[in-house]
Design a protein around this ligand. Structure first.
Ligand code: NAP
Ligand code: FE
Length: 370
């Protein structure tokens, strides 16, 4: 039985989590860097709450609010340099997956200010341990608060590469569903689709364990129940369930990583602006169809569907449908996108291992101009 588990992050959930999280921040250091996107951390109230906590404890802070979607490696390098120059000794990420992932990279650069941007991927170059990290997710999607992955966009703007250090886990996270209430509904749906992709892809991964499976099934069931009813808006109860599910799915992928819908989605996110969750959901049907070709995959899919109260055929139609991606490309445009994602490490991480010709087939089936 595979049942080892590592989860060094204290996850504080809901209103009862606010006090212990604030207490953890107040003991975290003398000068914080708060890493956010342009406006949502302020709009949802999380930034003001954190500033009040820090100010109350006499802790200095620097706000770095330059994190854009699909965070660029170079922005994180710059943030790290500013943090080092200002004597920051801990980092708080507030936002969706982009600011949380960026916070992990910034904390590594801040501790190692002399390294070049791409040297972050080289364990030997990062001689000093990453600064302590804290997280407040404001989307219910990536589960970044519960894993040590930091998905960064390389300087060419066309590739994503995951940075993952043994010490880039958050010390503590505050998962407060009310911070997600300011999300536009389309963003809330897309981020829920990302969390569902994590649950499904983790459950099918050959690396799954009894604990990652349970987390994946919990997440899958909650998200399916909410999304398959197609509500026009999410209420407080739904937001609470989606937030818990997203964190659980983040834990699940901390054990397993993700499968091929993730890299297949990266090129249409970076080149064509399709949000990450919708990009993953577009390829969920292909993921199910290919994995059903193997005995293990078929059995796992049936078990997952039964446990979450769905049917594989319904999932295959529903997920790409709700992704609502309408793109058409020429053969050359398809080739350009496939070559960008062909080398990703995710392909062996499911019962069916996709080859490059099959990636072409999938892209043609969705996008080829008729
Ligand atoms: P995001 O890129 O962090 O944010 C998307 C948009 O939503 C931004 O415009 C953001 O505004 C806005 N937003 C966030 N919270 C909001 C709120 N409460 N109210 C209103 N607007 C809000 O979205 P995400 O889907 O959470 O993260 C995607 C990134 O995470 C991708 O780079 C993906 O590759 C990565 N990812 C990481 C993991 C992991 O395990 N670490 C897993 C999957 C994906 P602002 O810019 O103003 O903040
Ligand atoms: Fe994802």
């Amino acid at each position: 039985m595979k049942a080892s588990f590592y989860m060094p992050t204290a996850i504080h959930f809901g209103a009862e989590g606010e006090k212990p999280f604030a207490a953890a921040l107040q003991k975290a250091g003398r000068h914080a860097m708060i890493v956010t996107g342009k406006s949502s951390a302020k709009r949802c109230g999380a930034l003001d709450d954190v500033i009040a906590t820090l100010t109350g404890a006499g802790i200095a802070y620097t706000v770095f609010d330059e994190i854009t979607e699909n965070p660029p490696l170079l922005t994180c390098h710059r943030g790290g340099a500013i943090a080092a120059a200002e004597g920051v000794d801990f980092v708080i990420g507030i936002g969706g997956g982009s600011p949380l992932d960026a916070a992990k990279a910034i904390a590594a650069f801040a501790a190692n200010p002399s390294i070049a941007p791409e040297e972050i991927y080289d364990d030997a170059k990062r001689a000093n341990p990453t600064l302590p990290l804290y997280a407040i997710p404001t989307t219910a999607g990536t589960g970044s608060e519960a894993n040590n992955f930091s998905v960064l966009t390389l300087p060419d703007g066309e590739h994503k590469k995951t940075f993952k250090a043994a010490d880039s886990w958050f010390c503590a996270a505050l998962v407060l569903p009310r911070y997600t209430a300011t999300m536009p509904h389309a963003t809330a749906v897309s981020t829920a689709l990302d969390a569902f992709a994590h649950a499904l892809e983790s459950y099918l991964s050959p690396k799954s364990t009894v604990f990652s499976e349970r987390a994946a099934l919990f997440a899958g069931a909650e998200i399916w129940d909410v999304l398959s009813a197609c509500p026009a808006a999410f209420d407080d109860d739904m937001r609470e369930r989606l937030s818990a599910a997203a964190t659980a799915a983040g834990m699940a992928i901390s054990v397993t990583g993700t499968g091929f819908p993730h890299p297949l989605g990266y090129s249409i996110t970076l080149l064509d602006g399709i949000p990450h969750g919708r990009a993953c959901a577009l390829f969920a049907g292909d993921y199910l169809t290919y994995n059903e070709k193997t005995e293990v995959g078929k059995a796992r899919i049936e078990a997952f569907a039964a446990a979450i109260g769905a049917k594989p055929a319904v999932m295959k139609a529903f997920l790409p449908g709700i992704a609502d991606v309408d793109l058409t490309f020429t053969e050359e445009e398809i080739a350009y996108r496939v070559e960008l994602i062909a080398g990703a490490k995710n392909y062996p991480n499911s019962p069916y291992v996709l080859c490059k010709d099959e990636i072409y087939d999938i892209y043609r089936s969705h996008f080829l101009k008729k």
